[in-house]
Design a protein around this ligand. Structure first.
Ligand code: BES
Ligand code: ZN
Length: 856
């Protein structure tokens, strides 16, 4: 072992895609009995195994971690397996046999929130990716699928597991799931819960009982989620021909949860923040996220559960596809352009930095130490982009036939990316071997564009290039679908959207018989996840902002104007670009444009984006200067609009009873932007009035945020706290706002104070993320020259790692961009990363993240 990964680097096992070997046994059925007790739950398993005739690996190895083995037997005869911290090995008969084991586990002591744990007095499980091995001994790998029967014995009133109910009695319940599934989809819930019931009839007439289970008191926050579930069920029938396949579908809300939600077969478990909604406590953004995540987990029933992954290297097979499907759903339910623009903003904010930094990895990784660290923006969001490109290349109709073939051919199987691509090849006759590089090569391609016009012929020359990424110094050219349109000087389209298929490192496309030199609109709808590099003028950007018929590129034109203006402000100290300010004012007043779209136009580029752009431009970003420029810009815009702001604010205010629909939400988003500008000028009067009169969280929250940002919200912040201190989810907003709205000088200090607040706890991931996530997201505060942000985060990551490795490791990504900054900041960050690395007893999760980031 070399010392290259830092002073305390320890050898950790690495798993490789190339080492895949099937399990040597079939699992014919699984029968589990749970005797629940907080500190000593007994799990009794009865599993029928059949050895495979020509097994490459005949060893009978069962995963198992942190289990106390009480007894084990084969065909009724006691056995003594070899037990290690990772599992057990046992000698087995040559023919089918019954494995029985009893283990004891400690759900109440489980703070990692993986396996069976307790949250607020209720039992629940989280088994993806490798949590089932903390429940009992089992081949805990996604290619081992079986039917499960589960018996629960407990004092709790509501006892749930996967599949259909078989029997219910006092203190006991039995469930049977007829669909073979991998162990990661196992779930169990026991608690004194109340439900919000409904029903759904599938298109073939099957009646399905629907329930959302929550803690008493939350039952009035379920209606929106239930509605989203029914919409999702209908949409999947219509768009993909996919019907639900059990008699019952349960959703449970849990307060302590590492992720957003989990698609366990027939028993989805949700972070309560991703399912509970009410106008008084949830913002428009919360409603939209809840709708999307309910859809996402529901859609997994086909893309993930009925067809699952062969191994965890294939994670994008289910996650990329399901993100793609939930984005299609949101586009259909709401505004497609707004969804696309928001997704690209998110991709650039989270996936691009990942792909351009030390954590860069392919959409299908070839190695990992801890799989939990690979639930990344690359697997999810780039994985979804790759499917979008595939669809664009083959066309909508072929996409739909390929998906039909996928479901028909692979139902009940555990599949690979090869299987996925093969259905497209078989449907279309295309050779997708080059396209497959999107799955194997990491890094964001840069696409350089040159243009020429001569005698009616317009020529576009594209060059693609991808920088080296960890372990991949050389890249081969990829297939890039480039959607373009051409406009003449009047803004009329002379070439409607056309998809160019780039396959070479450098490629030329010609357009003939044009009356004059056109203005190109390139990468419409963001047809590929690349960085476009093109010499262009602000005049041309403004032209496209005014005339492009593609809403994404119209937004992109405005966004690139904003970026260019912001970069020159930071670099030269210049004033905001007057042409851009003009264009914004026009857009703001243009009532023919969707308010949600106008709100997005008014959303400034993120400070982290500007830092990345400066870095790429060869300038070392200064976070304080970037923040100053953002402030100057907002102030200048507010002053220029001074006369019209009160009127614009009034005109965009949504009155009447609150409704979370997309149109009203879009109006409120625009109104919120205007309020934040107005608050810079009116001493906070309008925001204070809005705060006092708001009857919904969206307006209360946007008023409070505007006031706090202007340092005029002290009374309102206290009032908000008093009003909502008993509501955990609203308190998360309060915690996050304290940090997010702080000045760069104060952000770390405020965050530090909040970690000593009586309501702060490391045990609840939402609360931890509210404070530490807000700090990491406060660009100038986190990167404050004092280094206080870095050391506070490090201190808290060290503390959390002892309880919850998964959430700790995910938050380490805050440091992934460290190489962008000046040498002082780099040494400060490096010292903190080393401090974490050497803190002792580090989890595998966090150790992997810190060493990868340090190795940049
Ligand atoms: N399967 C995941 C949940 C998961 C991820 C469990 C990692 C264990 C480890 C689920 O389908 C998912 O992807 N959830 C996302 C939200 C979704 C809308 C992208 C999440 O939890 O953030
Ligand atoms: Zn998912």
């Amino acid at each position: 072992m070399t010392a290259a990964t830092g002073p305390d680097s320890t050898a950790q096992q690495t798993f490789y895609l190339k080492d895949y070997t099937p399990f040597g046994f079939e699992v014919d059925s699984v029968d589990l009995t749970f005797r629940l007790a907080p500190n000593a739950t007994r799990v009794i398993s009865r599993i029928h195994f059949t050895p495979k005739a020509d097994a490459a690996d005949p060893q009978f190895f069962l995963h198992g971690e942190k289990l106390k083995l009480i007894s084990a037997s084969i065909d009724g005869v006691a056995v003594t397996p070899d037990v290690t911290p990772e599992g057990l090995v046992c000698t087995t008969p040559d023919t089918a046999f019954l494995w029985e084991a009893e283990v004891e586990i400690d759900p109440a002591g489980n703070t990692a929130l993986e396996g069976l744990y307790m949250s607020n007095g209720m039992y629940c499980t989280q088994c993806e990716a490798e949590g089932f091995r903390k429940i009992t001994y089992y081949p805990d790998r996604p290619d081992v699928m079986s039917t499960f029967t589960v018996r629960i014995e407990a004092d709790e009133e509501v006892l749930l597991s996967n599949g259909n109910p078989v029997s219910q009695g006092a203190g006991t319940a039995e469930w049977h799931d007829p669909w073979p599934k991998p162990a990661y989809l196992f779930a169990l819930v026991a608690g004194d819960l109340v439900n919000h019931p409904d029903t759904f009839t599938t298109k073939s007439g099957r009646a399905v009982e629907l329930n959302i289970w929550v803690r008493p008191g939350d039952e009035d926050k379920c209606a929106f989620g239930m509605d989203a579930l029914k919409k999702s069920m209908t949409w999947d029938e219509q768009a993909y021909g996919r019907e639900y396949d059990l008699d019952i579908f349960n959703i449970v809300a849990v307060d302590d949860f590492n992720m957003g939600a989990m698609e366990n077969k027939g028993l989805n478990i949700f972070n309560s923040s991703c399912v509970l909604a009410s106008p008084e406590t949830s913002t428009d953004a919360n409603f939209e996220r809840i709708e999307a995540i309910i859809a996402h987990e529901y859609f997994h029933n086909w893309t993930g559960n009925r067809i699952t992954c062969r191994d965890w290297f294939q994670l994008c097979l289910k996650e990329g596809l399901t993100v793609f499907r939930d984005a299609q759903f949101t586009s259909d339910m709401r505004s497609a352009p707004v969804k696309r623009i928001s997704d690209v903003i998110d991709l650039r904010a989270r996936q691009f930095p990942e792909d351009q930094g030390p954590l860069s990895h392919p959409v299908r990784p070839e190695e990992f130490q801890e799989i939990n660290n690979f639930y990344t923006a690359t697997i999810y969001e780039k994985g979804a982009e790759v499917i979008g490109m595939l669809k664009r290349l083959v066309g909508d109709e072929a996409y739909s036939r390929a998906l039909d073939l996928y479901f028909e051919r692979h139902d009940g199987q555990a599949c690979t990316i090869e299987d996925w691509l093969k259905v497209f090849e078989d449907t279309t006759g295309r050779d997708l071997s080059q396209f497959k590089r999107w799955y194997s090569q990491a890094g964001t391609p840069r696409l350089k564009v040159d243009e020429a016009y001569d005698d009616g012929t317009y020529t576009l020359t594209f060059e693609q290039d991808t920088a080296p990424t960890p372990g991949q110094p050389q890249k081969d050219p990829r297939v890039i679908p480039i959607a373009i349109g051409l406009l003449n000087d009047n803004g009329d389209e002379v070439l409607p959207t056309t998809v160019l298929e780039m396959t070479e490192a450098k490629q030329v496309f010609e357009f003939k018989d044009l009356a004059s030199k056109p203005v190109p609109s390139i990468l419409r709808e963001f047809s590929a996840p690349v960085v476009l590099e093109r010499e262009t003028s602000n005049a041309e950007r403004a032209f496209l902002l005014a005339h492009d018929s593609d809403p994404f590129n119209q937004w992109e034109a405005g966004n690139s104007l904003a970026r260019a203006s912001r970069l020159s402000m930071v670099k030269t100290g210049s004033a905001p670009d007057p042409a851009y300010l003009d264009a914004l004012q026009k857009l703001l007043r243009d009532d023919t444009l969707d308010p949600a779209f106008r709100a997005l136009m008014l959303q400034p580029p993120s400070q982290s984006d500007i830092a990345q752009a400066l870095f790429e431009d060869g300038t070392v970003p200064d976070p304080q200067k970037i923040d100053d420029a953002a402030e100057t810009f907002a102030m200048t815009l507010a002053q220029q609009l001074a006369d019209s702001l009160p009127r614009l604010y009034a005109a965009t205010t949504v009155d009447g009873p609150y409704s979370p629909d997309a149109t009203s939400a879009g109006k409120r988003a625009l109104n919120g932007r205007i309020l934040s500008l107005l608050t810079r000028l009116d001493g906070g009067d309008a925001a204070a009035r809005q705060f006092a009169s708001a009857d919904n969280m969206t307006q209360q929250y946007s008023a409070l945020a505007s006031l706090m940002k202007a340092e005029k919200g002290e009374t309102q912040s206290i009032a908000f706290f008093e009003q909502w201190q008993a509501d955990r989810l609203v308190m998360d907003k309060w915690f996050a706002l304290q940090v997010a709205c702080a000045s760069p000088d104060r952000a770390a200090g405020i965050a530090a104070d909040l970690t000593r607040h009586p309501l702060f706890t490391l045990k609840n991931p939402n609360r931890f993320r509210a404070v530490m996530g807000a700090l990491a997201g406060h660009h100038a505060g986190f990167h404050h020259a004092s280094g206080a942000g870095y050391s506070l985060l490090a201190e808290n990551l060290i503390a959390l790692d002892k309880l919850n490795p998964q959430t700790t490791a995910r938050m380490c990504t805050a440091f992934q961009t460290w190489k962008r900054y000046d040498s002082d900041r780099q040494s400060l960050i490096k010292a903190q990363l080393q401090r974490i690395a050497t803190s002792g007893g580090l989890s595998r999760d966090t150790n992997e993240m810190v060493s990868r980031i340090l190795n940049a």
